[in-house]
Write a protein that binds this ligand. Structure first.
Ligand SMILES: *[C@@H]1O[C@H](CO)[C@@H](O)[C@H](O)[C@H]1NC(C)=O
Ligand SMILES: *[C@@H]1O[C@H](CO)[C@@H](O)[C@H](O)[C@H]1NC(C)=O
Length: 320
């Protein structure tokens, strides 16, 4: 009895806290964005134990991005640029760290960290998943036809008990770890020749209890702040072009209004200068800086405006 209670307690305590995707569910709405700063670096380890892996990046961030490899010393080397809406494959090795940053020169959010990924062996844990029924495909072991694209993946048993691995095609499951008689043992590793998009299920070898599900899926780059999130939504909307055009028209109008104001101010300044008994109006620019500077700063006009004002002032006599 005492032994049974201990066993039950151990079993209950062995379930891991996992992301919803580890049970085949949609990712959490608040899908994590990385912290602004990270100190993760690549640690590939001795070459013979390293597993190759293909990374598929999909840019859903609404802005262009750079994809960089983070070396052991922490330095980042850009390996690719990716426009919004595009997808790209980069070969990698387990232990490597990759970072994706916004590419927005001149914008305050330029270089914002959007994604960090450590390539790794998939650790199988008992994720306390809802239990989908086990439907056996009941077919002989699958043999890969030659020439099938290979996206290797490796699983490692961290569930504390022997497990079997299955390929799930949407309706039934086919055992792929049949060569591991008695199941993949705790701490044992199982490399699989796979193809992107495939879904695997790890089940207890003894009870067929589902431990975890894993899909070879894209690394989706998402916007990490409200401003970019809105931009990403806008960029995808059919109204986006019309809005951009309207904004450009408004900016043009604003520019014209500003030019008219400058001309009017210049005329006013010229009249003030003339009224103050300034020397020849033909050389108005010599007397204007005093007035224009005072007026300009009072109105909060920038250097460019003041410069244009001097030009406007020479034509002031035409207006007055
Ligand atoms: C999955 O495999 C089984 C057995 O080969 C087949 O009958 C079934 O149609 C497949 N399901 C899908 C969605 O392809
Ligand atoms: C205008 O003032 C400048 C600077 O004092 C002077 O060099 C220039 O000869 C003047 N021009 C005229 C037309 O008076």
């Amino acid at each position: 009895m005492c032994v049974l209670i201990t066993l039950l307690a151990a079993a209950a305590g062995s379930t891991a806290r996992c992301e919803p995707t580890a049970c085949g569910q949609a990712p959490a709405a608040s899908a994590s964005c990385p912290l602004a700063a990270s100190s993760a670096t690549s640690d590939v380890g001795p070459q013979p134990t390293v597993q190759p892996s293909n990374l598929y990046f999909f840019n859903a961030a609404g802005v262009p991005v750079t994809i960089s490899y983070v070396a052991k010393d922490g330095s980042e080397t850009t390996r690719a640029r990716l426009a919004p809406g595009l997808r790209r494959l980069l070969p990698s090795l387990s232990g490597e760290v990759w970072r994706v940053r916004a590419l927005r020169p001149g914008h305050p959010l330029d270089q914002q960290l959007l994604l960090e990924h450590r390539v790794g062996i998939v650790q199988i844990k008992d994720c306390d998943c809802p239990q989908p029924e086990f439907v056996d495909c009941q077919k002989p072991p699958f043999r890969r036809p030659p020439g099938t694209p290979n996206d290797p993946v490796a699983f490692e048993n961290h569930a504390g008990a022997p497990l079997d691995l299955f390929y799930w095609n949407g309706t039934c499951e086919e055992m792929i770890s049949w060569d591991a008689v008695g199941g993949v043992q705790p701490a044992q590793r199982k490399p699989i020749q796979s193809t992107h998009g495939h879904t695997f299920r790890a089940r207890s070898a003894a009870s067929r209890h589902l431990l975890m599900q894993h899909t070879l899926a894209d690394l989706v780059i998402r916007p990490c702040d409200d401003e970019t999130r809105r931009a990403a939504v806008r960029a995808a909307s059919p109204r986006a072009i019309a809005l951009r055009r309207a904004t450009a028209d408004l900016e043009q109008e604003q520019e014209e209004l500003r030019a008219q104001l400058e001309a009017a101010l210049a005329a006013l300044a010229a009249r003030l200068a003339a009224a103050g008994g300034a020397p020849a109006a033909a050389n108005a620019t010599t007397t204007l800086p005093l007035h224009s500077g005072a007026l300009g700063s009072g109105l909060g006009l920038g250097a460019a405006t003041k410069a244009r004002w001097a030009i406007g002032a020479t034509g002031a006599s035409l207006l007055s």
